[in-house]
Structure formats: structure tokens, C-alpha cells
Design a protein around this ligand. Structure first.
Ligand code: GRF
Length: 207
């Protein structure tokens, strides 16, 4: 992707939206951040992430699986809802759905996800719980491009977080999220300002 400043971002959320908030704060506090959020989408109503977007005065949209005949129809509707805002990048910030073929046909190579584990370890919806249950000593977070697998796309950046002997899933997830928010803000800013190339599994951002 060539840099277009400011890059237009659509952010997708399913929950508390603290990663979204970190992006909003970065954009607010740094005029040279290089990106702007043009809309926030969700797969469910009433989540705090949507409220954060509304407080920031941003347009929002909700596309629920249950309102569609099947997953493919939902995927098409999500693609159309996103496309209306003409994003350069789409950011999945705690969006707990796997998108389908249609979405990836339009946004493949431009769809960034953040995952709370060091991929390829512990993919899927319970990355924090699984790392803890495995007895790993170090975990962390991964910002990556989304492909048609579950958390399998090219890695953009990772940060490590130590697992403490007495950790609970919530305590560990909270420490990961502190690191994750900083990493996501840094990565989205760099992709937006500097542009990037994806060569196989390698993501190359000009220095
Ligand atoms: C993040 O840890 C993300 O990696 C995971 O869910 C969490 C979302 O947090 N999939 P928030 O909604 O941004 O606060």
C-alpha cells in the first residue's frame, strides 16, 4: 500500500474498545499521526466500543450475523457497510468474527488484526487462556494482516509479556492489552505514514 496521508481507517470492534480508544487518543494528540478513523463497525449492538465511537462523533454501523440468511450474506453486508467509508486500512480491534471471502477479496492485504498471543502460538478466541493453560512462561501480542485462516496472516509486529506464576486470565490479559494498545498504535501509524509491501509472509515497511 502506498502511503496516503491521512490514511482512512475503519475500525471493527466487538467489545470494550480500548484498542479503538488508543487509536482515537493517538490521532487526537498527534497531528502528524498519519491516519484518521472514518467509521467504526461492530457485529453486535450495545458494546462499549460503539459508545466510544459515538462519543468521538464518528459514524458507526452494526452488521449482525443473526440478521442475515447465512454467513456469506453477513460477510457481503459487512463488506458493503465497510466499503461505504472507502477505507485505506481496516483494523480489527477486538472484532470477534472471522470474515469471509467477499471481505478478503476487497480488503485482503489491508485488514489488520491484533491478537493477544505470540502467533503462531495460541491462535483463536482464547489466546490468553490457552497460553496460561499450556504453562508458557512468555506470551504477548501480535499485530498481523488477516488472511483466510484463523490468525495465520503475515505478522507485522509482536511484543512479549511475561507470565507470572500466580496469573489469572484477566490479570494476564490486562497486562497484554497495555502492551497491545501501544503496539497497535505504533503499527497503524507506521503503515499509514510510510506505506508497506507484503512479500510472502514478510511485511516490509520502509525505514
Ligand atoms: C484484545 O486483547 C484483542 O486482541 C482481543 O480482544 C481484546 C479486545 O480489547 N481479541 P478491546 O475491546 O480493544 O478493549
Amino acid at each position: 500500500m502506498a502511503a496516503r496521508t491521512p490514511a482512512r481507517l475503519v475500525v471493527l470492534v466487538s467489545g470494550s474498545g480500548t484498542n479503538l480508544q488508543a487509536l482515537l487518543d493517538a490521532i487526537d494528540s498527534d497531528p502528524s499521526y498519519g491516519a484518521t478513523i472514518v467509521a467504526v463497525g461492530a457485529d453486535r449492538e450495545g458494546v462499549a466500543g460503539l459508545e466510544r465511537a459515538e462519543r468521538a462523533g464518528l459514524p458507526t454501523f452494526t452488521v449482525r450475523v443473526r440478521d442475515h440468511a447465512d454467513r456469506a450474506a453477513w460477510d457481503l453486508a459487512l463488506t458493503e457497510a465497510t466499503r461505504r467509508y472507502e477505507p485505506d486500512l481496516v483494523v480489527s480491534a477486538g472484532f470477534m468474527k472471522i470474515v469471509g471471502k467477499e471481505f478478503l477479496a476487497v480488503y485482503g492485504g489491508r485488514f489488520v488484526n491484533t491478537h493477544p498471543a505470540l502467533l503462531p502460538s495460541f491462535p483463536g478466541a482464547h489466546g490468553v487462556r490457552d497460553a496460561l493453560a499450556y504453562g508458557a512462561k512468555v506470551t504477548g501480542c501480535t499485530v498481523h494482516f488477516v488472511d483466510d485462516g484463523v490468525d495465520t496472516g503475515p505478522v507485522i509486529a509482536q511484543s512479549a509479556v511475561e507470565i507470572r506464576p500466580d496469573d489469572t486470565e484477566d490479570a494476564l490479559h490486562e497486562r497484554i492489552k497495555q502492551v497491545e494498545r501501544r503496539l497497535l498504535v505504533e503499527v497503524v501509524g507506521r503503515l499509514s505514514r510510510d506505506g508497506y509491501r507484503i512479500e510472502g509472509r514478510k511485511v516490509l515497511i520502509p525505514a
